[in-house]
Design a binder for this molecule. Sequence first.
Ligand SMILES: C[S@@+](CC[C@H](N)C(=O)[O-])C[C@H]1O[C@@H](n2cnc3c(N)ncnc32)[C@H](O)[C@@H]1O
Length: 307
Amino acid sequence: MHIIMAMDIKEANLVFHDETSREYDKKWAIRFDADMAEFVLSKFELGLRGPFPRDVRIMEIGCGTGYAMLNLGLAGVLDEAWGCDISQGMLDVCRDNAKDLGIKVHLQQADAEHLPYEDECFDLVIGHAVLHHLPDLDASFREIQRVLKAGGRCVVAGEPTVVGHRLARVAKAIASFAIKCYARLGGRLGKKRITLRRYDASGSPEDHELQELEFMVDIHNFRPRQLCDMARRAGFSMVRFESEELISSFIGWMIRTVEGSVSEENISDRWRWGAYNTYKRVRRWDQKLYPYLPRGWFYNLIVYLEK
Ligand SMILES: C[S@@+](CC[C@H](N)C(=O)[O-])C[C@H]1O[C@@H](n2cnc3c(N)ncnc32)[C@H](O)[C@@H]1O
């Protein structure tokens, strides 16, 4: 506990992601297959407002276990990529995933505020769900700008908006309340009576420390225009944003809350399949609504920067 209180955000990120790296893909339902590859590609093409470029040098900041770059590899838009992350544990899993998939990656442990690459050496920098962990975003944007070639581009997807985050909290509260009531009434899930996971003093000290770290590492939710202004200050000549997932994010957070509240044996493959397909169907409604609603209401922000 005292050790955690003395940690700064970067150290907390390193320890938290190192400790949870082997469970990360399972926790976030990350897969490496054609369906997920198409899904990931669609996010980056939305940010690019066009097709993903081929035969260019690509680097990912905060690549984690490879969700974005390896799925883009599976989608057939890259054969080789550079990636960095503050957590060596995440990079180790990424290297194993890349080896299984036969995708060539060059991984390096690094802080996004001090990238270990020469000036102007990449055509495209990508990121997914990483900016909201970075304490000094100005410094990170300056580093991305430095390593991009003239005319180079950067797309970072999966960053939470302020409104999206508020809606997610409501979704979590409703799902948590509902599943507890249902469990008390003797409800069943996965053909078994629901057993709730315990998050009280009976958990191990390590579990409590990890929960505390998880609260510590998520440091930003973004107002899209403020984030764009920050990128402009770093010197990018063209900055814009898109967003995605409104109702699907609400449903997605409810599903994740239920999955995090009940025991493993209540979560059957049938449930996982049904939950994922429901989320995907609702995501299509979001895509239809997108042109008519303020982009800041959607949960996932995608920023596009050009040097
Ligand atoms: C939510 S995970 C996302 C991982 C991956 N991009 C994905 O979408 O699955 C955030 C990642 O950012 C990394 N990270 C956090 N702070 C960082 C920093 N200062 N520099 C580089 N990476 C960092 C973490 O270690 C973690 O792997």
